[in-house]
Write a protein that binds this ligand. Structure first.
Ligand code: BEZ
Ligand code: FE
Length: 295
C-alpha cells in the first residue's frame, strides 16, 4: 500500500523547503539558502500578495536582469537602493579592526583605470577649479605601506562619469591607478566632483519614482587601496558641505569619510603641485588591515 503524503499547507511549506536542502554538501550554501527561504516566506506571509502582485514582482526582477550588460548592473543598483550593499559592507567592516571604513563599490568601476604617476592629473578635460588630493596608505599599526595600489574614480564637475558620456569625456577621464611611494604616499590632481543622480532609466529608477524617493548621491571620490598581504579597502571620500550628505540614495555615507576640500591660496604650494592658484585640497589616509592567516 502506498502512503499518501501530507498536504503541503501554508503552515508547513517553509519547513518543507528548508528540509529539502538537508543534503546540501556545502554547509554555507545550505545556511544561505535556508535563511533566504525563511526571510522571503516571512515577507510573503506578512503582505499576503495577490497573484497579480506576485507576477508584477517577477516582471520587475525580469526587467532588472534584462537591463544588465557589460556596463550596466541593475541588480547591484537594486541592492544599493535597498540598503543591502551598505548592510553587507557594514557587517564586514565590523570584523576589520581599525581599517578605513568601507563603503559601496557602485556600478561605475567597470573599466580598468589608467595607470598614472603620483602628481598626474586624472582630469583630462581641464575643469574650472583645480583640486589636489593627497594621502597615504597605512597599515592599522600606523606603518606606511609602500607600493600599494590606489585605484581612484570620480564623476566630473557636472556629476557625470566618463562611461556615461562617451564622446564627451575621454575614456579614463576621472580615473587613475596610482602606486604609493616609499613613505606610503600618493597624490594627484583633479577637479572637485559634483553630486549626481544614480541611473534612473531602468526598473530601479521606476521604483524610486513610485516611492517618491530621490536618486541623488552626495559628491564623492571612490578609492580602492590594495597591497600584498593586506585586505583591500573599497571606500569613498565625501565632499564636506555637498547636498545629499544626509540623504544618500544608496545609504553609503560615513562621517569618518567626509573631508574638507579646503580652498588654498598659496602660490608656492600651487607650483609644487602643478596647479593654478588658488586651488582646493583634500587629504585621505587609507588604513588597511593585514590579511589573517590560518583559520
Ligand atoms: C556610485 O557612487 O558610483 C554609485 C553607487 C551606488 C549606486 C550608484 C552609483
Ligand atoms: Fe560614485
Amino acid at each position: 500500500m502506498t502512503t499518501v503524503p501530507e498536504d503541503i499547507t501554508e503552515e508547513t511549506v517553509t519547513a518543507a523547503v528548508v528540509t529539502s536542502f538537508d543534503g546540501t554538501p556545502d554547509p554555507r550554501l545550505r545556511e544561505l539558502l535556508c535563511a533566504v527561504v525563511r526571510g522571503l516566506h516571512g515577507a510573503v506571509r506578512e503582505v499576503e500578495p495577490t497573484i497579480a502582485e506576485w507576477e508584477r514582482a517577477v516582471d520587475f526582477l525580469t526587467r532588472t536582469g534584462q537591463m544588465c550588460d557589460d556596463v550596466r548592473q541593475e541588480f547591484v543598483l537594486l541592492s544599493d537602493v535597498l540598503g543591502i550593499s551598505s548592510l553587507v559592507e557594514n557587517l564586514n567592516h565590523r570584523k576589520a579592526g581599525g581599517a578605513t571604513e568601507a563603503t559601496v563599490l557602485g556600478p561605475f568601476h567597470m573599466t580598468t583605470s589608467p595607470a598614472r604617476s603620483n602628481g598626474d592629473s586624472i582630469d583630462e578635460v581641464g575643469g574650472a577649479e583645480p583640486c589636489v588630493v593627497t594621502g597615504r596608505v597605512l597599515s592599522v599599526s600606523g606603518a606606511p605601506v609602500a607600493g600599494a595600489s590606489v585605484d581612484v574614480w570620480q564623476a566630473d564637475e557636472d556629476g557625470f562619469y566618463d562611461v556615461q558620456q562617451p564622446g564627451v569625456q575621454p575614456a579614463g577621464n576621472g580615473r587613475g591607478l596610482f602606486t604609493t611611494d616609499a613613505d606610503g604616499r600618493f597624490w594627484f590632481r583633479t577637479v572637485v566632483p559634483a553630486h549626481y543622480p544614480i541611473p534612473t532609466d531602468g526598473p530601479v529608477g521606476a521604483l524610486l519614482t513610485a516611492t517618491r524617493r530621490l536618486p541623488f548621491r552626495p559628491a564623492h571620490i571612490h578609492f580602492i587601496a590594495d597591497a600584498p598581504g593586506y585586505v583591500p579597502v573599497t571606500t569613498h571620500i565625501f565632499v564636506a558641505g555637498s547636498p545629499y550628505l544626509d540623504a544618500d540614495a544608496v545609504f553609503a555615507v560615513k562621517r569618518s569619510l567626509v573631508r574638507d576640500f579646503a580652498p588654498v591660496d598659496d602660490e608656492t604650494a600651487a607650483h609644487r603641485f602643478g596647479v593654478a592658484n588658488p586651488f582646493r585640497h583634500a587629504v585621505i589616509d587609507l588604513v588597511v588591515e593585514p590579511q589573517r592567516t590560518g583559520p
